[in-house]
Ligand binder design. Structure first.
Ligand code: ADP
Ligand code: MG
Ligand code: ZN
Length: 483
């Protein structure tokens, strides 16, 4: 029997900690990684009775900027709701979140439609341990409230993703956008960005008709790779269950990275009734009445967005790999812009300069471009020397290597090391004569019509001149002899 084609349908829920100075509703430092536990706490974020929360304006602004960047609808009216549940990591017994009136609705990232983006507060971090300091068994949990009340953005996508790869691409693009906007560090490993995967599987026909299967939610994903693997794992598990005539139950599952599999955590029946209701201690917000949050001001506050940058660089004629480098490495993009932003400069940055950095410092150290012993100005001079044919490309590479190690002016380096391109006809003719005499086989092949042999001879001449000969003149001299 032919197996049916099954398609996974995926919707993501993504949380990101916002980079503000203070917490969401109090003046405590937003510093969840402070090593001393419970250092950044106060009666407000500890939920003491009689305290009054105050809305963090910067956090609201951050979410509105995200909404503007993704082409979403910004709320005119918004409020905060209490999401009630009991757990040691929420001191108030409820989390302040947004239910009916999210700050942002709609929009799109990487072709994935966004349902909503709302603002809430993070929970405390729990440390579960079964080993006490003296080495005895004691099974206890510790709670660190430094993270409690940190501004947290939640973005929910429509169920429109249909593969692990597409989910990964979307997540990485959203991460890039949050970083470009400067609203979040968005490191998955640090929990600054957290992805939850909702996934269901149905036959190709049912999926096309939007008749999706029962979904499960997968949590504990601490990298995009893990999210992709979990999607692949769940897709297979669902298909197998469907083929075996079993029913998929709606549940929350955890991801075990070591085992590369998911496990059941909580069934739908145990799901909470959060009894949401508007927080009576916080004011309702009329966004349109807050002048800083006018659509115009928000738009003006945006930096060049990744897609805009991609488009501008593509128009400039840069290669896709180069564009990728600049979009993901702001330090490299800054260097490129300061060095004149030409196609030639880009070639030398992407292959030669980053090559030198990689060779010395290893993978992923592109940001070190900002700490070289020379700056974009000196680099631009080198590019001008290449454009003006004062140095050959080979000479330029040698000069760049010296600049990389010691810094300095490219022209001075070229002069002291005799790397300026020779355009002296006599000297070049002499090199051409020698090359022809030393390479009778290539000369013979060229005369029989093999064009590549001419390039070989030019290469030999360039080598002989240590890269200092003007290649066009050398080629002309060779042609004159071989004619
Ligand atoms: P719930 O009420 O269970 O939280 P929501 O409707 O709020 O469900 O959706 C939560 C997430 O699940 C969203 O990202 C949405 O796109 C996704 N989702 C909803 N239905 C499905 C489905 N059948 N398959 C996959 N993802 C789904
Ligand atoms: Mg939900
Ligand atoms: Zn506080």
């Amino acid at each position: 029997m032919m197996m049916k084609t099954y398609i996974p349908t995926i919707g993501l829920e993504i949380h990101a900690e916002l980079k503000t100075a203070t917490k969401m509703f109090c003046a405590c430092a937003n510093a969840p990684f402070t090593s001393e536990p419970n250092a950044n706490v106060c009666p407000i974020c500890m939920g003491h009775p009689g305290t009054l929360p105050v809305i963090n304006k910067k956090a609201v602004e951050s979410v509105l900027r995200v909404g503007t960047a993704i082409g979403a609808t910004l709320a005119d009216f918004t409020e905060f709701d209490r999401k009630n549940y009991f757990y040691p990591d929420i001191p108030k017994g409820y989390q302040l979140s947004q239910y009916k009136y999210p700050l942002v609705s709609g929009g799109e990232v990487s072709g994935v439609q966004i349902t909503r983006v709302h603002l809430e507060e993070d929970t405390a971090s729990s440390v579960h341990d079964s080993q006490d300091e003296r080495g005895g068994q004691s099974d206890y949990s510790l709670v660190d409230f430094n993270r409690a009340g940190v501004p947290l953005m939640e973005l929910v996508t429509e169920p429109v993703i249909h593969s692990a790869e597409q989910a990964g691409d979307f997540g990485r693009e959203l991460q890039l956008l949050l970083r470009t906007l400067g609203v979040s560090e968005a490191n998955m490993e640090k929990g600054e960005m957290r992805v939850e995967v909702n996934i269901s599987v149905a036959s190709e026909e049912d999926t096309a008709a939007k008749k999706f299967g029962t979904k499960v939610e997968v949590k504990n994903l601490n990298s995009f790779k893990a999210a992709e693997k979990a999607i692949e794992y769940e897709t297979k598990r669902h298909i197998q269950a469907i083929e075996n005539g079993e029913t998929i139950v709606q549940e929350t599952r955890g991801w075990d990275d070591g085992k590369g599999s998911t496990y059941s955590q909580r069934k739908k029946e145990d799901s909470h009734d959060y009894r949401y209701f508007p927080d009576p201690d916080l004011p309702k917000l009329k966004i349109s009445e807050i002048p800083e949050f006018s659509a115009d001001n928000l738009r003006k506050s945006l930096p060049e967005l990744p897609n805009e940058k991609r488009e501008r660089y593509a128009k400039l004629g840069l290669k896709p790999v180069e564009i990728h480098i600049y979009v993901h490495n702001p330090e490299v993009a800054d260097f490129f812009e300061a060095a004149g932003a030409s196609v030639l400069a880009s070639n030398y940055i992407a292959s030669d300069l980053l090559g030198l950095i990689k060779k010395k410092h290893g993978e992923g150290k592109e940001a070190l471009i900002a700490e070289l012993p020379f700056g974009p100005k000196e680099f631009a001079s080198l590019i001008q020397m290449i454009e003006g044919k004062k140095v050959s490309s080979r000479g330029a590479k040698d000069i760049l290597a010296v600049m990389f190690d010691e810094g300095g002016e490219p022209m001075k380096i070229a002069e002291t090391r005799d790397l300026l391109q020779k355009s002296d006809e006599g000297a070049i003719k002499k090199i051409a004569d020698e090359v022809v005499a030393e390479n009778p086989v290539a000369v013979e092949e060229y005369k029989k019509g093999k064009q590549a042999s001419l390039m070989f001879l030019v290469g030999q001449g360039m080598k002989k001149s240590k890269g200092s000969a003007n290649p066009e003149m050398l080629k002309a001299a060779l042609l004159a002899i071989l004619a």
